[in-house]
Write a protein that binds this ligand. Structure first.
Ligand code: NAP
Length: 334
């Protein structure tokens, strides 16, 4: 029997924060299975900030989303039918076929999921995913934490940020986190962040950062760029290391954000390194081992904000930028 599945298509390129008017929900009939193909019913899909860059006319890092075709993104699902020796019904799989309820694809598009026993299935798109691992690669390899480092993390209540904070705390560091709004401040205190800056409530971010880090900081894990990065130049200690992970402050605007204090990188001998997580996959097994141990001992919290139903995905996407969701923003699909 043919399966009907709904999918989200981008119908126009957003200006500013995407709204539901930029998307359409389209019903399609899934094709019959060919040899080597698998049918999957998605359970959760991920909404990632970097998808915003793919909604533009052009992106530096990947092909942009074509209009009026199904969008891509990470998803976790269950195999319902298979004509591949590698997968059987009931297998939990990861794919890049998010933004849709179900799909048929070659088995080669799928990856068997590696569940962490003490974490829920949705953590496959947050802590136990490449996004969670981004925090580990950035902290352990790019910033290369050293005993006694004071660590500053921006967008600290997001997926990457909240995991970066927890890794630094578990490794024994003093952590400063920035996030927007009282709910995020409370969450960061709950996961042990020592000093939290509500950047939306601070008219002078630099002054707030100086107050939170009176003796400066040694590591900056930056997810934001823009004015928070500019303030970090001023408060950083000499020879501080900056792990540059993201520039979300600029994702919804066409103009580049100026940096006024980049000269301090020279004066203070700062070491700045941008990184892309895919270059560090050799560390992934080590991260999954560490994560399993932290989760089992209760030291670690995986945080997701979950919307229900594909029809709510377009509106949920805007919440990444309005500050309404904490941790990973996911959509439950079954
Ligand atoms: N380098 C890599 O390989 C790699 C891999 C994955 C992700 N990333 C990047 O890492 C960053 C975080 O990703 P994520 O997966 O953690 O996303 P996420 O879970 O959606 O969290 C993003 C956070 O960004 C904050 N934010 C949104 N707009 C902001 C603005 N204008 N100024 C300051 N903060 C803002 C939001 O918190 P507030 O409410 O506190 O503003 C939100 O919690 C993104 O820039 C992403 O592109 C990089």
């Amino acid at each position: 029997m043919a399966t009907i599945s709904r999918q989200v298509q981008l119908t126009s390129r957003p200006s500013g924060v995407p709204t539901p008017s930029n998307f359409a929900i389209v019903s399609v009939t899934l094709p019959q299975l060919g040899d080597g193909e698998v049918e999957v019913r998605n359970k959760f899909m991920s909404l990632d900030p970097s998808m915003r860059l793919l909604m533009r006319e052009q992106a530096f890092h990947a092909p942009v989303y074509a209009l009026n075709t199904p969008m891509s993104g990470r998803a976790v699902g269950e195999v319902v039918r298979s004509r591949s020796a590698d997968f059987k019904p009931g297998d939990i799989v990861l794919s890049n076929h998010g933004w849709r309820e179900g799909f048929v694809s070659p088995a080669t598009d799928l990856q068997k999921a590696q569940l962490v026993p003490s974490l829920p299935i949705q953590s496959l798109l947050s802590a136990a995913s490449i996004r969670g691992f981004t925090a580990y690669a950035g902290m352990m390899r790019i910033a290369a934490l050293r005993p006694g480092d004071v660590v500053f993390v921006s967008a600290a209540a997001g997926t990457v940020g909240s995991i970066a904070c927890q890794i630094a705390k578990i490794k024994g560091h003093t952590v400063i986190g920035s996030a927007g709004g009282p709910a995020k401040v409370a969450f960061l205190k709950e996961i042990g962040v020592d000093h939290v800056i509500d950047y939306k409530a601070e008219p002078d971010f630099g002054a707030a950062l100086r107050k939170a880090a009176p003796n400066g900081f040694d590591v900056f894990f930056d997810n934001v760029g823009g004015s928070q990065l500019d303030a970090a130049f001023q408060v950083a200690n000499n020879s501080a290391r900056f792990a540059l992970c993201g520039t979300i402050a600029g994702f919804n605007q066409d103009e580049l954000i100026p940096l006024y204090h980049s000269n301090l990188t020279i004066v203070k001998r700062l070491r700045m390194e941008g990184f892309v997580v895919w270059d560090h996959q050799d560390l992934f097994p080590e991260y999954m081992r560490e994560l399993s141990g932290w989760a089992a001992s209760g030291k670690f919290k995986s945080k997701e904000s979950i919307e229900v139903g594909l029809e709510n995905a377009p509106a949920a996407y805007g919440k990444l930028f309005s500050g309404e969701s904490i941790g990973a923003t996911l959509v439950k699909l079954d």
